[in-house]
Design a protein around this ligand. Structure first.
Ligand code: PLP
Length: 405
């Protein structure tokens, strides 16, 4: 059992009030709050260490470089990647997917080729492929889901053909909470010799991800949803793919030798990291990973699962006219819902006034909203530091607010 009250003391923001009410932060799928150790690493980094990485022979630059490269090895270890050359730092999941769409697209996608995605994708895993369509006439094949939010695996199996070049699919839906059977999907795709990108923005914190055991080709995620800083993301890619695709951006760091006639590129991972990286951010992310590992990713997942089960049951018992979107048997700590015909923004605004931070809207998944014939939902999403008392207070607040309409 986790000592949640003790854990809460690690997160300074949780003591603040909004409108004179204690903050109940239930917007964790958008971004999580940061523990003191992460904040301290950022403060210490700028107070004591700051110097640009890789380029200096002086002491501070060496310390910065060590911290930054240590963070890369920390991520490698977290994912059980075979090599730290397979860990590319980006600004987030979005940039990681754009990188793959651009570079894999340049190298391997031609007119008429197909990329498989699903109906539950975040815009970050839709729009980069559409941008690519401006230069390559590729086709997106969209795998449907059922009313519970479960992927249609028969349709998936039937979607492969000789034109399929990539599967790009989310690990966990940010709206429905559905946990997709990614191992099954990867194995299926590999039987067709098709590589797989997994959008792990909502997945990396709730499951122990072992990229070698999964045999996944690309796995991408963001630090800020994992108690880490904003502006840091990861692209894990198998070395054979990262070697086979061209750089994404040009500039410093990513070059081997530059003349006005021709430039050679640096080795992995630097080939994909043009310009000064956010090395203080990567160090802070390493602190977040240490924090997660100290608590145990399985313990975090179990706690969130308890909150999910409890809150789902209580909402269904207490709130007349509630509809929950996303009832897959394998589900993470996200509850998307609507009450009667009340607009999610109206309800979100009233809940805010009572101290509850939720997200209302389409959650960057408009095609999914269309699938369910709605404009948006309210979404509560749980983290390590949420308590059952907060969840009960939330249920009562939803009931109270709904009665005002
Ligand atoms: C499933 C999923 N994919 C991608 C993203 C984009 O992540 P970021 O904004 O950190 O790049 C999100 C963010 O909410 C997400 O939930």
């Amino acid at each position: 059992m986790l000592d949640i009250e003790k854990i809460r003391q690690d997160f300074p923001i949780l003591t603040r009030e909004v409108y004179g009410k204690p903050l109940v932060y239930l917007d964790n799928a958008a971004t999580s709050q940061k523990p003191r150790c992460v904040i301290d690493t950022i403060t210490d980094g700028y107070t004591r260490i700051n110097a640009n990485v890789h380029r200096g022979v002086h002491r501070l630059s060496q310390e910065s470089t060590d911290g930054h490269e240590h963070a890369r090895r920390r991520v490698q270890q977290f994912l059980n990647a075979a090599s730290d050359r397979e860990i590319i730092f980006t600004r987030g999941t979005t940039e990681s997917i754009n990188l793959v769409a651009h570079s894999f697209g340049q190298a391997f996608l031609h007119d008429g080729d197909e990329v498989i995605i699903s109906e539950m994708e975040h815009h970050a895993n839709i729009v980069p492929w559409q941008l690519l369509q401006e230069t390559r006439h590729i086709r997106l094949r969209v795998i449907p889901i059922d009313d519970r939010g479960v992927l249609d695996m028969e349709a998936f199996a039937a979607a492969f053909n000789e034109k399929t070049r990539l599967v790009s699919i989310t690990h966990v839906s940010n709206v429905l909470g559905t946990v997709n059977p990614i191992k099954e999907i990867i194995d299926m795709a590999h039987r067709h010799e098709v590589p797989v990108l997994i959008d792990g923005a909502q997945g990396a914190l709730h499951h122990r991800v072992d990229v070698q055991a999964l045999d996944v080709d690309f796995y991408v995620f963001s630090a800020h949803k994992m108690y880490g800083p904003t502006g840091i993301g990861v692209l894990y890619g198998k070395e054979k793919w990262l070697n086979a695709i061209p750089p994404y951006q040009g500039g410093g760091e990513m070059i081997g030798h530059v003349t006005f006639e021709k430039t050679t590129f640096n080795e992995l991972p630097f080939k994909f990291e043009a310009g000064t990286p956010d090395y203080i951010g990567t160090m802070a992310f390493a602190s977040a990973l240490n924090y997660i590992d100290r608590i145990g990713i399985e313990n975090i997942a179990a706690h969130e699962q308890e909150l999910l089960q409890y809150t789902t049951r209580r909402l269904l018992e207490e709130v007349d006219g509630i509809r929950i979107y996303g009832t897959a048997p394998q589900k993470c700590g996200v509850i998307s819902f609507l009450v009667r015909d009340i607009h999610p923004y109206d309800m979100g605004m009233l809940l805010d006034k009572l101290g509850f931070a939720l997200r209302s809207g389409h959650h960057c998944a408009q095609p999914l909203m269309e699938r369910f014939g709605i404009v948006g939902t309210l979404r509560a999403s749980f983290a390590l530091y949420n308590t059952q008392e907060e969840c009960e207070a939330f249920v009562q607040a939803v009931k109270r607010v709904a009665s005002m309409f």
